[in-house]
Design a protein around this ligand. Structure first.
Ligand code: TYM
Length: 333
């Protein structure tokens, strides 16, 4: 009998238009995986409310995120793409996992430390237990592989530890998920401070490329990117700004670092920055065009996310029902 294809799970928060970091670090890898694996992708609106959100904007951003993922090539004939709050098994399994996650392990999460410092007036319990919900997302499907950027590695390690602990306490159920992190572009850095990761929460709009930015805006932001006082385009320790631009250019053109160095030998940073901006803008153009078409058809989007939530529920509830049974809950009739 043919071996069953491995299962991929990943999610993204609907907290505004995706950044080039989200795209290169995670989303652009999602579509190519669809032919080789069974893929389940999710807009994680429940994670988003761990920091305060305007309800009107959250609803709008969730729909936009759904359309944007379709625009990035998620194909509903091959993958399941749904909205997290539509599928109750995530919250249900989250509770079981919270009861099997230690306070100490959650306290060590660097994202919790960063976010609680940034939102000091709202260090809520959801922000603290965020990684348990993320583990529930993954384990509810018994995912084998999780394509993410490098910043999510610690959360994935926690998901593996919790899965292992659950299996030891209650008997084998969960698959231990493996991270799937790209070699180039796993950590796209801020254009204004290349020692920090690119993030939509950055106060300086020039620090971050949004994937729906128009071509002129993209080129302008790259022209202003912080680099160094050298003039050589090469990947070297200490050249954080240039290293970041090289990894971006490499991921959208497929060129190696050696090829890029040769291409810009004897030319200044100015030329290089414009070339990166043009390559990124051209690469993103089809996504912008697809998005414009999809977001104007709300009825189609609704049809897609409704049918896909049903599929996701059907799949995950078999696994979550087993987990309920294992912890000793009385089976429903
Ligand atoms: P989120 O929404 O912050 O980011 C979505 C994806 O984008 C990646 N990413 C980056 N990659 C490279 N460089 C950057 N500057 C950069 N910024 C973001 C992230 O690593 C991520 O893969 N907790 C997750 C969402 C989540 C999830 C899950 C992911 C919830 N449940 C289950 C996988 C599986 C998050 O906040 O991602």
């Amino acid at each position: 009998m043919a071996e069953e294809k491995k299962l991929i799970f990943s999610g993204i928060q609907p907290t505004g238009t995706f950044t080039l970091g989200n795209y290169i670090g995670a989303i652009r890898n999602w579509a190519p995986l669809q032919d080789q694996y069974r893929c389940v992708y999710c807009v994680v609106d429940m994670h988003a409310i761990t920091v305060r959100q305007d309800p009107v904007k959250l609803r709008q951003h969730t729909l936009e995120a759904y359309a944007l993922l379709l625009a990035c090539g998620i194909d509903l004939d091959k993958s399941i793409l749904f909205i997290q709050s539509h599928v109750r098994t995530h919250a249900e399994l989250n509770w079981l996992l919270c009861c099997n996650t230690q306070f100490g392990e959650l306290s060590r999460m660097t994202q919790f430390k960063d976010k609680s410092a940034r939102h000091a007036d709202d260090v809520n319990a959801g922000l603290f237990t965020y990684p348990s919900l993320m583990a529930a997302d993954i384990l509810a499907y018994n995912a084998d592989l999780v394509p993410v950027g490098a910043d999510q590695k610690q959360h994935l390690e926690l998901a593996r530890n919790v899965a292992q602990r659950f299996n030891q306490r209650y008997g084998e159920l969960f698959t231990l998920p493996e991270p799937y992190i790209p070699d180039v572009g796993a950590r796209v850095m801020s254009l204004q401070d290349p020692t920090k990761k690119m993030s939509k929460s950055d106060e300086n709009p020039n620090a971050c490329i949004l994937i729906l930015d128009d071509k002129d805006t993209i080129i302008r932001k790259f022209k202003r990117a912080v680099t160094d006082s050298d003039a050589e385009v090469c990947y070297r320790e200490g050249k954080d700004g240039i290293n970041n631009l090289m990894s971006i250019y490499s991921s959208v053109t497929g060129k190696s670092y050696e090829e890029i160095t040769a291409e810009f030998a004897g030319r200044g940073y100015g030329d290089f920055k414009v070339a990166v901006g043009e390559a990124v803008a051209d690469h993103l153009q089809p996504i912008r065009d697809n998005f414009a078409r999809l977001i104007s058809d709300k009825a189609y989007l609704k049809e897609c996310y409704t049918a896909n939530a049903e599929k996701a529920l059907r799949y995950s509830q078999r696994i979550v029902a087993k987990a309920f049974h294992k912890v000793g809950f009385v089976d429903k009739g």
